[in-house]
Design a protein around this ligand. Sequence first.
Ligand code: UDX
Length: 452
Amino acid sequence: MNVTVFGTGYVGLVTGTCLAEMGNAVVCVDVDANKIARLNGGDIPIYEPGLEELVRSNHAAGRLAFTIDPAPAIAHGDVIFIAVGTPPDEDGSADLTHVLAVARTIGRNLGAASVIVNKSTVPVGTADRVREAISAELAERGVTIEFDVVSNPEFLKEGDAVNDCMRPDRIVIGTDSARAIGLLKDLYAPFNRNHERIVLMDVRSAELTKYAANAMLATKISFMNEMANIAERVGADIELVRHGIGSDPRIGYHFIYPGVGYGGSCFPKDVQALDRIATSHGYTARLLRSVEEVNNAQKSKLFVQIERYFDGDLRGRTIAVWGLAFKPNTDDMREAPSRRLLEQLWEAGASVRAYDPEARQEAQHIFGNRDDLTLCEQPYDVLDGADALAVVTEWKAFRSPDFKRIRARLARPVIFDGRNIYEPRVVEAAGIAYYGIGRGRSVDAVRRSAGA
Ligand code: UDX
């Protein structure tokens, strides 16, 4: 099938590439000429395991093309995907500028009947606005062309995007058009193996499904962070509690890891946007607001503990940080908890020495050159002259460190484990004080036991 994809961000690039891999002829369009030039040169602007090889091989095979020219791309597509960004505007609502701009471009160039599929995460009712924008342009041109607007939300996770796209657990298709259903069933047939993964529904339900999925996952995380904060105060270990509740299949083991809060391009933005959608329809989403509030407080959690550990005075201290990306296997630092930690440390007069396996360049780009930040090339280099080590992202490379080496390099050895990747007893046996999230011990107790 001939497929056109507008937007070469995470969603657009991964979707276009996976569709090309299945043998479709895919043209990806973006307004960013620099990005398109890089993609045509085989240079992938994002770090995503497995993606680069797939882009290169499909590009070389002639099944995947990149262009800034929308007219021929629109003429090419039997199916046209809209996968452009919907960043939050000032009040947290999803900004539809890019989506509607693409809709108008499609309206100005559409030559034959087509199916327009929206993959961007958009407020309920956006498909209607896309339809109106396209119709207005067609009316302006004085032509009548049949087209459908379908909602087909994307559920891919960064760091595992290619796998999620190739082996989706569900394919949500929102439309009442039999023609669109037929076309998309054909397009997705190679991804729909072993059992039926296609879930058909109306457009608005599909649009809400995307928000509901992300809001549910964010809720699980904030719930566990709240439990961790309680556990810490009552002397219980949240990691044992996690095992204790996860075995109930109604609860499950997934997404109940406490930590320094959720970040990334989806959860923070989508929880807020859904709250605004509810408000604009006259409903106060109390639970969603609490989910966000808990997460916001959690992002300051490590800083508050570190400051307390050092008697409320961090001036002149150096804190070593492992992990800057919002989660492992990505270089993405959007809404990353590390950013809050670093900013609070600097504000308090401390310096930071940080290491991340992939996000070094991104951190350099975000923070620029500053005296109170050293971005190290090797994990143990962060420890030189540092007073404490804070673990912010649970990269595999941090899971079994050489504690002796850490102990030897830190002046008064202490680890603040923002992801609970270590066993307190193991760390303490190595002669390092340990604070984890909700491990039954307050930072004051950790300080006392360390004799600090
Ligand atoms: C998410 C959804 O998982 C995906 O389905 C949707 O399409 C886009 O948003 P992503 O943002 O890539 O994907 O990351 P995800 O792996 O879901 O993690 C989100 C955040 O939650 C990360 O900061 C992660 O560290 C945090 N998290 C996750 C926890 O703190 N605890 C958990 O148990 C799970």
